[in-house]
Design a protein around this ligand. Structure first.
Ligand code: CP
Length: 301
């Protein structure tokens, strides 16, 4: 593939091949020369900590030259378009772009106008897709539960409606043949009629949804993408959908807890769970570097 824009439609074999390679990087295989002489740019028009920094580290570990574009201090503040920005940086000889944008489809639109030797990775567009987050979540789940997902019951909780992570995770879980998918949240935050939740058991009762699950994937309330009034109050949300230690005991005894970050502590998850023994949250972050090495190598190597 020329670009990684979404996991939608990516074959299981392609996903597993990227995860296998990422696991080798996670195990310490260094490939410092794989992208030597190649320049990549993190082109972020929206804030990030994990994705931007782990892509930088991944590219550096592959030997690439890394440029960091910060929209707030760039000439976009003088009116330059995203496409002119891309073309300007392309003209410097940069071949790889890791792009985040608040508008759905914006990264695909840039990819459609990029030069033939340019490769784009979608680092999150609007509420549509965050494919490397989906991949790193699958690597984390695979490490914890083994490669056969067909016996797993996975529950996703929270604001699916506004979440690109949720869409990429659900696509990846289906592609890898997960046994059972459950989704839980306030009905106003569950997109029941656009195909996102196809094949999922849908519920607004978290205590019931947690019964016997092997993995709980928590989501942040995406208040920056939300119309006012969708959530009555953060206190009510926490009461009904916050993952607490006592609630987690309804899941399987060896259930794992995941969250893509950033966390709203005390809203969707308590400190006790986020920092507890069942939490894989920092393992997800660590795996982000390995997965992004595998993706960059695959596109640019
Ligand atoms: N999970 C994630 O995409 O985090 P950042 O917004 O910090 O990159």
């Amino acid at each position: 593939i020329d670009h990684l824009l979404t996991l939608d439609g990516l074959p299981r074999a392609a996903i597993e091949s990227l995860l296998d390679r990422a696991q080798r990087f996670a195990d310490g295989q260094i490939a410092r020369d794989r992208l030597a002489g190649t320049a990549v740019c993190t082109l972020f028009f929206e804030a990030s900590t994990r994705t931007r920094l782990s892509f930088q580290l991944a590219a550096q570990r592959l030997g690439a030259d890394v440029l960091n574009f910060d929209a707030s201090t760039s000439s976009t503040s003088k009116g330059e378009t995203a496409l002119d920005t891309l073309r300007t940086i392309e003209a410097m000889g940069v071949r790889g772009f890791i792009v985040r944008h608040r508008v759905d489809g914006a990264v695909a639109e840039l990819a459609a106008h990029a030069g033939p030797d340019t490769h784009l990775v979608n680092a999150g567009d609007g509420r549509s897709a965050h494919p490397t987050q989906g991949l790193l979540d699958m690597l984390t789940l695979r490490q914890a539960k083994g490669p056969d997902f067909s016996r797993l019951k996975v529950l996703m909780v929270g604001d699916v409606k506004h979440s690109r992570v949720a869409r990429s995770d659900l696509q990846a879980l289906r592609a890898l043949g997960v046994g059972e998918l459950r989704v839980c949240g306030p009905l106003a935050l569950l997109p029941v009629d656009d195909g996102t939740l196809a094949g999922c058991g849908v519920s607004d009762d978290l205590d019931a949804a947690l019964e016997g699950v092997d993995a709980v994937m928590m989501l942040r309330l995406q208040r920056e993408r939300m119309d006012d009034g969708l959530v009555a109050s953060l206190e009510d949300y926490h009461r009904d959908y916050g993952l607490t230690g006592s609630r987690l005991r309804r899941a399987a005894p060896d259930a794992v807890v995941m969250h893509p970050g950033p966390i709203n502590r005390g809203v969707e998850i308590t400190d006790e769970v986020a920092d507890g023994p069942q939490s894989l949250i920092l393992r997800q972050v660590a795996n982000g570097v390995a997965v992004r090495m595998a993706v960059l190598e695959s596109l640019l190597g």
